[in-house]
Write a protein that binds this ligand. Structure first.
Ligand SMILES: C[S@@+](CC[C@H](N)C(=O)[O-])C[C@H]1O[C@@H](n2cnc3c(N)ncnc32)[C@H](O)[C@@H]1O
Length: 408
């Protein structure tokens, strides 16, 4: 049987009986895909791992707590034979053969009539990798081939021409805090498909260098108190390029909806009927402290964290932040866009009751090669910022969590 290569096929198992013998690690690994395929799963095993038991408790499979018996494969379309008892496995595969039920055997690929490929999924495509004969089977090799193909499809490095309509309109992609590895898989794929990329100064700028030459990159740099591309100009650029039928990615730092004006851009596009896909990103408010060894919550230390914009001072009439209330909170305060106003902010917090010795950390250019951390307290932070010449972009963390990590 093994002299010929296996014939690959996709089984459509919805509502069809699949018998699984054995409730151990093999079943635990294979059951989720069978459940996802909609199979009517009948498990026979005297015991099962806690995860398999949870699937039975959730009603995803039917579990008979006993050993395999002749007749268990009746009405099955497919069988997974994976008990720890070779003799029972042999009897079960003989029954499968007699009943013409395709069966996988975990203990003896030669005796199986079907092999499970290494599988993965990307954007509506299932990648299944099989070796050609049982003797040459090397699960690590098939898994590595599968991983390489899936990864390539996901991140766009393996470009498979297809007739799938490209994501229409504009994609607002949260690029994460700056490290190019911290963009989502979906964001990376959309970037690889883009004709036009309108990028912020913050976010994974290194990814722009990887774009092919035909991709038009527009710099939407909004440097504080420096060069400025008005939001209207960004909106117009998005609309204009999308109307030309191009795939437009608006690459933003962090998450598009955390002080990112993402909704304004989506609204401007909606007004002219251009569809917009929003891809969430890893916000600097959590990831930058994390990259500097600061957890925004910690058991017994902080049960909440509050993310605040510090772009206007507490006494500025445009401020929407209730600083006196924030001063009373016992958890962590995370301030974005607050470097310039941190002196006033610290003063206000102390004036409303926050202890002056509350620890503060400023993390500049987090997750990039230039990352640095400056520690202070509410009493000293204004002076430390001046002395250390801390510059935006920086995330400011205020609270006892600053001191819990080993790097503090
Ligand atoms: C306009 S807000 C955008 C926030 C972004 N949407 C997010 O979710 O991270 C810009 C502020 O985010 C913070 N920030 C973003 N990336 C950063 C980084 N890599 N390191 C430190 N702070 C960063 C800084 O406080 C900066 O002034």
């Amino acid at each position: 049987m093994a002299e010929h290569p296996a014939y690959p096929v996709g089984l459509r198992l919805t509502g069809r009986r699949v018998v699984v013998l054995g409730g151990g690690q093999v079943a635990q690994r294979r059951l989720p895909a069978l459940i996802a395929a909609g199979a009517d799963i009948f498990l026979v095993s005297p015991s099962a791992t806690p995860s398999v038991e949870a699937m039975a408790d959730a009603g995803e499979i039917t579990w008979q707590r006993r050993r395999y018996e002749e007749g268990d494969l009746e009405n099955a379309w497919y069988a997974l034979i994976a008990t720890g008892d070779t003799e029972a496995n042999t009897r079960a595969s003989a029954e499968a053969e007699r009943r013409r039920v395709w069966c996988v055997r975990s203990d003896d690929a030669d005796e199986a009539t079907a092999w499970t490929p290494a599988t993965g999924h990307s954007e509506g495509v299932t990648v299944a990798v099989l070796t050609t004969d049982a003797k040459g089977r090397d699960p690590r090799h098939t898994a590595a081939v599968r991983d390489a193909v899936v990864e390539g499809l996901r991140d766009g490095t393996l470009v498979a021409p297809h007739h799938r309509t490209r994501t229409p309109g504009v994609a607002l992609v949260g690029g994460g805090p700056g490290d190019p590895d911290l963009i989502t898989v979906r964001g990376r794929r959309l970037l690889a498909e883009a004709d036009v990329v309108i990028a912020d100064r913050l976010g994974p700028r290194d990814l722009l260098a990887e774009l092919p030459p035909h991709v038009e990159v527009i710099d939407a740099a909004k440097i504080p108190y420096g060069r400025f591309m008005a939001q209207e100009a960004i909106n117009s650029a998005l609309i204009e390029h999308a109307k030309q039928g191009k795939s437009v990615v608006r690459l933003k730092g962090g998450d598009p909806y955390v002080f990112g004006r993402g909704m304004e851009e989506l609204q401007a596009l909606a007004e002219v009927g251009i569809p917009c896909t929003v891809v969430p990103g890893i916000s600097s408010s959590i990831s930058v402290p994390s990259a500097a060894g600061i957890p925004v919550t910690h058991r017994g230390v902080a049960h909440e964290f509050t993310v605040v914009s510090g772009h206007v001072a507490p006494d500025d009439e445009r401020s929407l932040v209730d600083w006196p209330s924030l001063a009373r909170l016992t958890g962590t305060l995370v301030i974005l866009m607050g470097v310039d106003k941190i002196g006033k902010i610290a003063e206000t917090l102390v004036a409303h009751g926050k202890p002056a010795d509350t620890p503060v950390a400023l993390v500049q250019e987090g997750t990039t090669a230039a990352q640095r951390r400056v520690d202070a307290t509410l009493a000293t932070v204004a002076e430390r910022v001046r002395a250390e010449d801390v510059k935006p972009p920086a995330v400011i963390v205020i609270g006892e969590v600053v001191k819990v990590g080993p790097t503090a």
